[in-house]
Design a protein around this ligand. Structure first.
Ligand code: FES
Ligand code: FES
Ligand SMILES: [Zn+2]
Length: 331
């Protein structure tokens, strides 16, 4: 059992502080920490008490906009300052960061979550497009004992409030797409090594988990419909209900052909993301009989359907990586 130091001692002094937009004048002993003022004097228990040594970040609040461990800050040091707690952040409803934590499952017991949300909010206020290193740095003082950090990481990525680019995508969204397309490139490499055409795709679930990967199997399985996406859709429709697939994304190295687009449509996947366009692929395959590429954008096919499947791509940033796997393959 850890012995905790007395919370407060000594004569009180007046503390004038603004908490969540409201002025407060409190009588506070000089040894009292901000954490205890918030929780005990103001009833703001969303700020969590845990290690009380500045190591876990559960007690994080904003003091004049900066993330601070309230278990370390002496209350008197906050005289005249503005403090924002998790309650203050969400007074107008869930913030974007909170919503992303919810949507991405960035919590389990939830004890660390208020502190995480405060740290991420402070980071994004200073840098709306943080690098991975920036995120790691910003969260280095926040510990979570349950989630394994995967959901937290996805939530932070999703929270990125970066300016949208010409393609309507934030820097981190694009990075996330490239991450999954790179996985497809790996799958396409394996397909080629196994004796098939160099195409690969992955299915990513609503939580960002890679649920399935599939290379082209047309040659080795002697199946004329053995394209990567069609084969994956056949497996996925055995495995997952349609409403789940609607919230999932199919990533592919190349734009799905007319047949694969049909499989995606009938399988009910809600989003398709690809690396290179069908037209760029046609330049690679030329007149090769193995892949008489159809010059038919998947957007045109889906536009004739009855559901709004989102299509994202191509990504010029990754073209050379996709194309490298095709080198020397087509006649
Ligand atoms: S309670 Fe403040 S850092 Fe852990
Ligand atoms: S979700 Fe439980 S400690 Fe983080
Ligand atoms: Zn296809």
């Amino acid at each position: 059992m850890i012995e905790r130091a007395p919370i407060s001692a000594g004569p009180s002094a007046k503390l004038n502080i603004n908490v969540n937009g409201r002025e407060a004048a409190l009588d506070v002993p000089p040894s009292k920490r901000l954490l205890h003022v918030l929780r005990e004097d103001l009833g703001l228990t969303g700020t969590k008490r845990s290690c009380e040594m500045g190591r876990c970040g559960a007690c994080m609040v904003l003091v004049d906009g900066k993330a601070v461990n309230s278990c370390l800050a002496m209350a008197y040091q906050c005289e005249g300052k503005s403090v924002t707690t998790i309650e203050g952040l969400s007074e107008g409803g869930l913030t974007t960061v909170q919503r992303c934590f919810l949507e991405e499952g960035g919590y389990q017991c939830g004890y660390c979550t208020p502190g995480m949300v405060v740290s991420v909010t402070a980071m994004l206020a200073n840098d709306p497009s943080p690098s991975d290193a920036d995120i790691e740095e910003a969260l280095s003082g926040n510990l979570c004992r349950c989630t394994g950090y995967g959901g937290i990481w996805r939530a932070v990525k999703k929270s990125d409030r970066a300016e949208k680019g010409a393609n309507g995508m934030s820097g981190n969204e694009k990075e996330l797409h490239l991450f999954y397309i790179r996985k497809c490139v790996e799958v396409s490499r394996k397909a080629r090594s196994a004796g098939n055409t160099p195409f690969g795709c992955v299915l990513v679930g609503p939580d960002g988990d890679v649920l399935m990967e599939q290379g082209n199997v047309e040659i080795t399985a002697r199946v004329c419909t053995g394209h990567a996406e069609t084969s994956l859709m056949q497996r996925a429709s055995h495995e997952y209900p349609k409403d789940f697939l609607w919230r999932s994304t199919l990533y592919s190295t190349a734009e799905p052909c007319a047949m694969c687009t049909g499989a995606i449509y009938w399988g009910n996947v809600g989003r398709v993301v690809y690396g290179i366009s069908e037209r760029r692929l046609a330049e690679l395959t030329g007149d090769d009989e193995q892949n008489p590429t159809l010059d038919m954008p998947c957007r045109d096919i889906l536009a004739r359907g009855r559901k709004p499947i989102e299509v994202v791509g191509p990504f010029p940033e990754i073209e050379h990586e996709v194309v490298a796997v095709h080198e020397g393959y087509w006649k």
